[in-house]
Every structure is written in C-alpha cells, then in structure tokens.
Design a protein around this ligand. Sequence first.
Ligand SMILES: [Fe+2]
Ligand SMILES: [Fe+2]
Length: 285
Amino acid sequence: MELGTDAHKELFCRSFLDTHLTYEPETIAWPQLDEDALARLRGIPFWRVALETERQAGVMVSAFAETVDDPLIQEAVALQAQEESRHGRLLEFLINHYGVEIAEPAPTKIPANPAQEFTDFGFGECLDSFFAFGMFGLARQTGYFPESIFNIFEPILDEEARHIVFFVNWITYQQIQAGRGADLFRGMHASWHYSRALLHLAKSFGGAGGSGESFTAASSNSFIDNLTLESVFSMCLQENERRMSHFDDRLLQPRLFPRLSTIALQVLKRLPKRRSTPTTEMSAS
Ligand SMILES: [Fe+2]
Ligand SMILES: [Fe+2]
C-alpha cells in the first residue's frame, strides 16, 4: 500500500472507525474507593487542566470536522470529536463522583482556524500521549490506585493511541495529496510542529501544567515519588510499543518521541548512577 493513495485513506479511516468503542461514562461501574485511594485521587493536580483540554479538544475537533470535504475523513474526524467530548464527560463524572475539588474550568472556545488547531493539537497529542502511556504504566506498576480505576482508563489511552495513529496518517496523506510528499519537506514540517509541542511541554514544566496541552508529563512527578528519567523513558517505550502493536502494520505510527527516548535511555544508562534522584529531576532536565 502506497502512502497518500485512496487505499491508504481507506485504511487509516476504516481502521479508526471500526475500532470505536461504545460506552458512556455515566454507566461505567465506578469502584468504591477507600480513604487513602480517594485522597490520592483528589490530590492529583491536573484534573482541571485535563478536563479543560478534553472539552476544548471536543469543540475544536468537531469544528474541524465540519470543514472537511472528504466524507470518509469527515466521518472519522467527527468520531474523534465525539471521543474527545466523551473524555471530557468522563473526567467531569469522575470529578463529581469522587468529590475532587477543582477551580472553575475555563469555558471552551470556538477555534478561529480549526485546521491549524487540529494540526497543532495532533502533534501535541503525539508527545502528550507518549508520556501519558508511560506515566499510566508507572502508576499502575506502583499500585497507586486500585486496578479497577486503571481498567476504566485503559480504553481511554487506547483511544488516544488511535487518535495519534489516525493523525500521523492523515497529515501524511494530506501532504502527499497537496504535492508536499517529499520526505524532506514532511520531516521539516513535522519538526516545526513537534518543536511547538515541545515548547508547550517546556512551559508546562515551568508553569505547573498550566499550558493545557501537555499536562501529563509535566504533572507526573508530583504524584509518583522517586521518578527517574530512566524509569519514565523505559515505561513510555514499553507501553507505547504495547499499545502500538495493536495497529495494522501498514499504518504509520508516531516515531519521533520513541526514537528520542531510546537515544536518551542509551545515554542515561552510560551515566554514573546517583545515590538518590530528586523528584524534580524531570523539570531540571
Ligand atoms: Fe482525549
Ligand atoms: Fe485524543
């Protein structure tokens, strides 16, 4: 299958549409949590930012879907909007159900340029999801919450994996269709957008997760003790591989952050070990 062809479009749209799950946040069997688990859940600092991000994603992706001419791509993008809105409703349900106190979330905004925002958001999601996969894996490994809570979020992260696989295929298809299919151009285009995503991440580190788009990595070290970069990169890679293994191998997958993390891990493994690692190491790096 050649990238940028109708066959490619069929594959990345159909595989996205066919793997949609039907569930509603309100009918999930939310577990009863003991006081310790409740306190840990309420203490996680990113619920408001996560809620705002997902709600805004729903509005923005929906606005973008309305501008898409191709009916099949339109259907897939509209479905992503539905999934993002459902993430927002799921977080809202969790916040209310477990009595998490948050400041009033910012209202959603109608995007001025939906195509541009969808593109920026897609590159941001590639970065954010890669870290989210790892942090989720680490939190699960340490038994931070009862397994029943992780089971609720497991399909959410798989949905994010579907979104980023759809996105990297969509953007490649678009560029080839627009005659900008040369590897060099696509590489430069992706680098520019990934730099913007990284800038968001850097701002999140500096501003306690305030940028909205890249909250997972930025907030991670505040809820799991003794994180090391090595453990984070290892788990991100392991979990990314696990989630990506479910996709048709003819589809493109986000590769930049797995590659960078593999290099970082090789460097870190060669560095002399420190006796203890401060939990702020990620933000200092
Ligand atoms: Fe989402
Ligand atoms: Fe998403």
